[in-house]
Design a protein. Structure first.
Length: 298
């Protein structure tokens, strides 16, 4: 690609740019966003080659546009670039919800909706901003494309190819399937991690509690170090599915409380055993897939 434009040059967008540069897949990367300081830092780090002076400047002659900003901003960004989108420019996003993004895209792009291919890279770190960006963030990671009926195969392939150049593995789900799945395995865990840390931080003896927190607490709450703005937007955007998952989890907690209150050791053990075995099977499946991907690449 001769030119790509990235709206949001932090961890996700910055890592995308660095990976494509490392792969020799792009000649020129233009950055756009709300924070001039972040754009200047991205330029200093070599993540981008230029800072866009306007939405029109950002997308002019671009082969690909990636929106890597919080999902609540997607509609406004699409509306700002819609008048300037040229035939042949493909737009994608990296948002963690897809139903709201599709609705925003249809409203903002109108007849140009075919040029938008929704996406979601399943990768991240607890740090944010351009300094957090790394070229290998997406190696071996899944990227879900929630393609629209209007998308042409060539445009889908352009987006898929860009992510493959980053080392990612492409999967496809509908927008509705995507939001149900990730409410369970991503959005709810983030909500729980934030809730636990907030609960402890508000206790009168919080300093002592944090003093004795060790690796288990750190591992469980790692994702609470992610961007609060981003996860606020994700939670609200996927409200219906997330509420359903939260209700189901509360029922499980009520069950566990009952077992604990009645000192039901076998009941607790059955849940713990099932959870341990399920997690073990999941980890084994991940390791097998990673081994297969590595062998295929070799």
């Amino acid at each position: 690609m001769k030119k790509i434009a990235i709206f949001g040059v932090g961890l996700i967008g910055g890592s995308f740019a660095l990976a494509l540069k490392q792969a020799g897949a792009v000649q020129h990367v233009v950055g756009a966003g709300r924070s001039l300081a972040s754009l200047q830092r991205a330029l200093q780090l070599g993540i981008i080659d230029a800072i866009a002076t306007s939405p029109a400047d950002a997308v002019a002659d671009a082969d690909l546009v990636l929106i890597a900003a919080p999902v609540a901003q997607t509609g406004a960004i699409l509306a700002s670039i819609a008048p300037y989108l040229q035939i042949g420019t493909v737009v994608t996003d990296a948002g963690s919800t897809k139903g709201d993004v599709e609705a925003s895209a249809r409203l903002a792009l109108g007849t140009k909706i075919s040029q938008f291919v929704p996406g979601h890279p399943i990768a991240g770190r607890e740090s944010n901003g351009p300094d957090a960006a790394i070229a290998n963030l997406y190696v071996g990671k899944k990227v879900v494309l929630a393609t629209l009926p209007e998308n042409g195969q060539a445009d889908i392939e352009r987006v898929a190819s860009a992510w493959r150049q980053c080392g990612a593995v492409i999967h496809q789900l509908s927008c509705a399937q995507h939001d149900v799945v990730f409410a369970s395995v991503s959005h709810l865990p983030h909500l729980l991690a934030y809730a636990l840390v907030d609960d402890i931080a508000n206790k009168p003896h919080a300093d002592m509690l944090f003093q004795y927190a060790a690796s288990g607490f750190r591992d469980f709450t790692r994702i609470a170090g992610s961007s609060p703005e981003m996860w606020r937007d994700i939670s609200l955007a996927n409200q219906e599915a997330l509420l359903q998952e939260l209700d189901a989890y509360q029922l499980k907690l009520t069950q566990l409380r009952g077992l604990l209150a009645s000192r039901d050791g076998p009941g607790l053990d059955a849940i713990y055993q099932n959870a341990q075995q399920s997690r073990h099977r999941w980890i084994c499946a991940i390791e097998a897939a990673e081994k297969q991907n590595k062998e295929g690449g070799d």
